[in-house]
Design a protein. Structure first.
Length: 411
C-alpha cells in the first residue's frame, strides 16, 4: 500500500519535526489524511531566498520576519483497510497533534477534525484506539473550503488536459467566482461555488468512481481501483463500444456533427457479437467502462454549468488519479457539448479537497494556533503580500507521494 508520504527527502519524515493539525476525510472508498509538520523556527532577511526545494518571499517592511518552515503532507488508504490507516497514524504519532476540545485546558477530549460519512461510522474506533474525539465537519463545507484553499494558495494547481497535453491555468483571485465544482468520489456531487462559504449543491449523479470500481470488479476480477485503472490503460474500447461508423458503414454523420469514431452506444457491440464475458479481454472492458462513466460525468457537468451560465468547471475527487485517459475523456465531453465554449479544469491535489477543508476548519472554530490561521488568511498572490508560498514538484507533475513545502510568516 502506498501511504502517500514523500520518500525522496528526509525532511518529509514527520518524526523529524513537530506534527500538528491532522485532518481526515473518511469516505466510502478511501480515507484521505492531511497534516502539517514544521521545522524549527528561523528568521530570514527581507529578500527572496531560493534553494532547490523552496522559494521564500518575505515582504514585511524593514528587518526580519519569523518564519515557520514545514510541509503539508498527504496520505490515502482504502476505507476497507482502515486498520492500515490507524497503524500509520500511530507509527508516525499523528494523533498527538490534536487539540483540547474548544481550547479548554484540562479537557479530556483531544480532538481531530474529520469529515465524510466515516467520521460518524468510525468515531468510536478512533476513540478506543487513540482516545481522541473526531470533531465532525460538514462534507460539502469541507469540499468547497478545500477547493478555495488550493485555488487561492497553490501555484500551478489548476490545469487543462487535452490530447495528452497539460496546460496550467493562472487563477485570477478577483475573478474566481462563480464556478462549478464537480467532486467525483464514490458518487458525484456538483456544487455551484459563489464565494468563501457560499455554495449550493445543484446536482449530482450516482454513476461515479464507486460505479467504475464496482462494475469493474465484477466484470474483470480486479482487486483494486488502481489495478482497474492500469488495466484500462492497455485496453481498446472500440472492441466493445458501438461507434457511429459501425452504424453508418464507417462514415461520419456530418449533418448532426458526429464523427465516425463517436461512441453511439457504450458496450453496444456486445449485443450482436454473440460472445460470453470470458471471450472479451478485461483490458477492453475496463477501457469501455471508464470511457462510459467519464463521458457521462463530463456531459452532466457541462449541462449543469450551462444552467447557471458558468464557463469554469473544476473537477476534483480521487476518481481521476491524474489518469491521462480519464481527464482527456472528460475534457473532450465538456468541449463537445459546449461547442468549445467551456473548459474542464483539473486539480493537482484533486483527492484531498475534503481533508484540506477539514484542516482549515481548525481556525474557523477558534482554536488558538497561529499555523492554520496564517495558512488560511495569507495568500501568496505576489511578493507584496506577507504570507507563505506553497510549492509542488518542480516538474509540475503530481504523484501520490507528494507533500507541499510551506513557509508561514508569523506576524
Amino acid at each position: 500500500m502506498d501511504h502517500g508520504i514523500q520518500a525522496n527527502s528526509s525532511e518529509s519524515n514527520p518524526s523529524q519535526g513537530h506534527v500538528s493539525h491532522l485532518a481526515l476525510d473518511i469516505g466510502g472508498s478511501l480515507i484521505k489524511l492531511v497534516y502539517f509538520s514544521r521545522k524549527n523556527d528561523v528568521s530570514v532577511d527581507n529578500k527572496e531566498e531560493k534553494s532547490s526545494k523552496e522559494t521564500v518571499l518575505v515582504s514585511n517592511g524593514d528587518g526580519k520576519c519569523p518564519v515557520l518552515h514545514g510541509r503539508l503532507h498527504f496520505a490515502k488508504f482504502e476505507t476497507s483497510k482502515i486498520n492500515d490507516c490507524l497503524e500509520f497514524i500511530q507509527r508516525n504519532q499523528l494523533h498527538l497533534g490534536g487539540f483540547q476540545h474548544h481550547g479548554v485546558p484540562g479537557s479530556e477530549k483531544s480532538i481531530i477534525k474529520a469529515t465524510g460519512g466515516g467520521a460518524y461510522k468510525y468515531t468510536d474506533l478512533f476513540k478506543e484506539k487513540f482516545g481522541i474525539f473526531l470533531d465532525k465537519e460538514d462534507e460539502m463545507d469541507c469540499l468547497v473550503a478545500g477547493a478555495n484553499f488550493l485555488l487561492k494558495t497553490v501555484n500551478e494547481e489548476a490545469f487543462t488536459y487535452t490530447n495528452g497535453h497539460k496546460d496550467f491555468v493562472q487563477i485570477d483571485h478577483d475573478d474566481l467566482y462563480p464556478y462549478l465544482l464537480v467532486n467525483i468520489g464514490s458518487g458525484v456531487s456538483m456544487i455551484k461555488v459563489d464565494g468563501d462559504g457560499k455554495f449550493e449543491r445543484v446536482s449530482g449523479t450516482n454513476v461515479g468512481g464507486g460505479t467504475f470500481w464496482g462494475l469493474g470488479r465484477l466484470l474483470t476480477k480486479c482487486k483494486s481501483f488502481d489495478e482497474l485503472l492500469e488495466l484500462s490503460h492497455r485496453g481498446n474500447n472500440r472492441v466493445i463500444d458501438m461507434l457511429v461508423g459501425d452504424i453508418y458503414g464507417g462514415m461520419d454523420y456530418t449533418k448532426i456533427g458526429l464523427s465516425s469514431t463517436t461512441i453511439a452506444s457504450s458496450f453496444g457491440k456486445a449485443i450482436s457479437d454473440n460472445k460470453e464475458i470470458e471471450d472479451y479481454n478485461p483490458e477492453d472492458i475496463a477501457r469501455s467502462l471508464l470511457r462510459m462513466i467519464s463521458n457521462n460525468i463530463g456531459q452532466i457537468s457541462y449541462l449543469n454549468a450551462l444552467r447557471f451560465g458558468l464557463k469554469r468547471i473544476f473537477f476534483g475527487g480521487f476518481f481521476m488519479r491524474g489518469h491521462a485517459y480519464t481527464m482527456d475523456t472528460i475534457s473532450v465531453a465538456v468541449n463537445f457539448w459546449s461547442k468549445g465554449e467551456a473548459k474542464a479544469l483539473f486539480l493537482r491535489h484533486e483527492g484531498f479537497l475534503g481533508a484540506l477543508g477539514a484542516f482549515t476548519s481548525y481556525e474557523k472554530h477558534g482554536f488558538d494556533d497561529s499555523i492554520v490561521r496564517q495558512l488560511v488568511q495569507k495568500s501568496p498572490v505576489s511578493a507584496s503580500h506577507a504570507g507563505y508560498k506553497i510549492h509542488g514538484p518542480l516538474n509540475g507533475e503530481r504523484n501520490e507521494n507528494e507533500s507541499i513545502e510551506c513557509s508561514v510568516y508569523v506576524n
